[in-house]
Design a protein around this ligand. Structure first.
Ligand code: TYD
Length: 207
């Protein structure tokens, strides 16, 4: 089974994931841990095509279940082609968003509920993250960090949608306390980095 270390980073749009992912990648590289960075939706040739369909603002008629299935389809390809092979080689995989995004955005915010977990159990096929860093920042703050004219189909949703995404993440944090580490992302970038570093040290030493 799984040999490497699977790390995912989650949070609302504009929560500052990219900066912290850069930090995690540097942390792993400095310790000589072979690591792969990837993202969802996307991460493969097929996944990037699905991403274009999902984020295209012109696809305003997209049915919510179709949306959930497309995210899961991109994930199935991603796990099979990139994530599982890298883990089997003993590498660390750092993924910008994974199944928790579907649970929060499609499951809670779109209201599809448990069906999202069922669909994704097929897509993931037991390849769950070892640890998930959840960057928590109040939706009113994260929304302000996104430029209106650069919004994709999901980001352009109403404030109420983003509030439900946030609540969805908080529910997940409560449900999976052993896996999901909530981080107060309103703190300074350096402070957050130090906090994540401490968790990584503990996790890597326990491996
Ligand atoms: P992206 O530009 O990657 O967002 P960010 O830079 O904030 O991570 O766009 C991905 C969008 O897709 C984002 O709004 C969240 C959404 N999403 C879902 O709704 N469900 C999912 O399963 C995933 C992976 C992303």
């Amino acid at each position: 089974m799984k040999k490497g270390l699977f790390i995912t980073v989650e949070g609302a749009d504009g929560a500052g994931k990219s900066t912290q992912i850069d930090f995690i990648m540097k942390y792993l590289q400095d310790r000589g841990i072979k690591s792969v960075f990837t993202r969802e939706p996307g991460g493969t040739k097929i996944g990037e095509k699905i991403r274009d369909i999902l984020l295209d603002r012109e696809n305003s008629e997209m049915n919510y279940m179709a949306e959930a299935l497309l995210y899961a389809a991109s994930r199935a390809q991603h796990v099979a082609e990139v994530i599982r092979p890298a883990l089997l080689e003993g590498k660390a995989v750092v993924c910008d968003r994974f199944v928790d995004s579907s649970m929060a955005y499609q499951g809670v915010a779109r209201g599809l509920g448990e069906s999202v977990a069922v669909i994704n159990s097929y897509a993931i096929n037991d390849c769950m993250p070892d640890v998930t860093f959840l960057l928590k920042v109040d939706p009113s703050v994260s929304k302000r960090r996104i430029r209106e004219d650069e919004c994709d189909r999901i980001e352009q949703e109403a404030d109420e949608f983003h509030r439900r995404v946030y609540e969805g993440y908080i529910e997940l944090e409560k449900k999976f306390p052993d896996r999901i580490i909530g981080i107060d992302a309103s703190k300074g970038v350096r402070e957050i980095g130090l906090e994540i570093g401490k968790h990584l040290e503990r996790i890597i030493n326990a491996k």
